[in-house]
Design a protein around this ligand. Structure first.
Ligand SMILES: CC(C)(COP(=O)(O)OP(=O)(O)OC[C@H]1O[C@@H](n2cnc3c(N)ncnc32)[C@H](O)[C@@H]1OP(=O)(O)O)[C@@H](O)C(=O)NCCC(=O)NCCS
Length: 144
């Protein structure tokens, strides 16, 4: 089941899956997490939160219309490969379309490129390094 969740509820999975469990939970917050229009989605399997994704209103100059940045997307290891990430993103796409958002973009880790491509995202940048995290590519998905 997919639910809207708070920033606080995302922090443990962000830390475990995206920061190797090394950070104090408060350091797993992103600037913009609690800004107007930002929201977080969680996927629950038998009342356990197993997948999270965050959406910040954030335009990119080179794209037309209203944009959102996808951040902090992660599924707990034992729940990966079951289509949960796909379901949460497709829920978000329908929701954002209803809010007249034109596109979604993200900085995707190399290991997740294929996953985002399977949703319909395209690669729109060369590879670049995010210090401490690794190689990324910017990806773009037109919503409407
Ligand atoms: C990237 C990530 C979020 C994907 O989440 P997920 O819940 O595993 O996503 P899905 O199950 O929808 O899709 C993953 C793969 O499983 C496959 N899959 C989906 N349903 C499946 C099923 N029923 N049986 C077998 N495989 C399936 C998908 O085809 C997809 O394959 P792909 O890697 O070739 O695209 C997850 O792997 C993750 O958390 N990784 C670590 C953190 C990370 O890198 N986050 C991204 C930061 S940019």
């Amino acid at each position: 089941m997919i639910r809207f969740i708070s920033t606080e509820e995302t922090l443990a999975i962000r830390n475990k899956m995206l920061r190797e469990g090394k950070l104090h939970l408060d350091k797993c917050r992103f600037a913009g997490d609690d800004e107007e229009g930002a929201f977080h989605l969680g996927y629950y399997e038998a009342e356990q939160l197993v997948c999270i994704a965050t959406f910040h209103p954030q335009n990119k100059e080179r794209f037309v219309g209203k944009g959102y940045q996808l951040r902090g997307m992660a599924t707990l290891t034992e729940f990966q490969g079951k289509g949960i990430g796909n379901r949460i993103l497709n829920f978000a796409i329908v929701y954002l379309r209803g809010r007249e958002v034109n596109y979604l973009w993200c900085n995707a880790r190399k290991a997740a490129l294929k996953f985002y491509m399977s949703i319909g995202f395209e690669i729109v940048s060369d590879e670049f390094e995010i210090p401490g995290v690794g190689p990324h590519r910017e990806m773009y998905l037109k919503i409407q």
